[in-house]
Ligand binder design. Sequence first.
Ligand code: KIV
Length: 285
Amino acid sequence: MSTFTMDTSTSRATPSPVPGKRMTAPSIRARKADGKTEQPIVMLTAYTMRMAQLLDPHCEMLLVGDSLGQVIYGLPSTIPVTMDMMCAHGAAVVRGSWHALVAVDMPFGSYEGSPKQAFDSAACILKETGCAAVKLEGGEAMAPTIRFLVERGIPVIGHVGLTPQAVNVLGGYGARGKSADEAKKILTDAKAVADAGAFCIVVEGVMEEIARTVAPPVIGIGASAECDGQVLVTDDMLGMFERTPRFVKRYDDLAARIGEAAATYAAEVRDRRFPTADQTYRPKA
Ligand code: KIV
């Protein structure tokens, strides 16, 4: 069952305060019209309605990443993430946004089997969430699938370099492209994904600066300032975790601030300083 309300003035999910202003796949693609992007594209992950509301005014794209497996559900990797998880969080993020293009990750096992399997899964994600694009991992091997989806009306974001769903093949989450062969393979993958019709490509954890070598915008995560845009996992950027990859810049230290707030609350409850009269219902005098 669909979880969103169609706004007919925008043909997009959720009522928009500025009808028709939501970013689209063509408008993102057009940001790199003549081979260069004047203003870098801003993308962050979002998994909840409230976080989407807070991030939306600042971003061109919100990614409902399958990183939610680790960030929200405490899973050891993205492998166990399900379609149900992606659809529930995707719908919440669409409901909380009106400006950014919302893209939802296709979870492991939902698209690799065949282009037909990928189409069925992607169509389900679009119908259930109201998002405007899906992202899937993989290079040359996934190019026919990307073409199949795009030709059938589903905008696709590619994802090459470090592809976390392939952790069992890669053997870890280390940077990719250290050897000349590996770097060449990443370039070949990016080109294949671009040729297949992806409107932009996430490039993760790579040595090589490949932003200039493919036509669509390249959104980097640990992939240098050469990229046409940048994406980070929002919880990393906000300092919610003690350990973060080297490429993450922390713009806040929310874990410490939440810990302090919880400690103050706990102390006040134990000392009976909370609640006070200000937080207490009383009969009218
Ligand atoms: O799942 C995710 O959050 C991602 C980003 C790291 C790009 O794919």
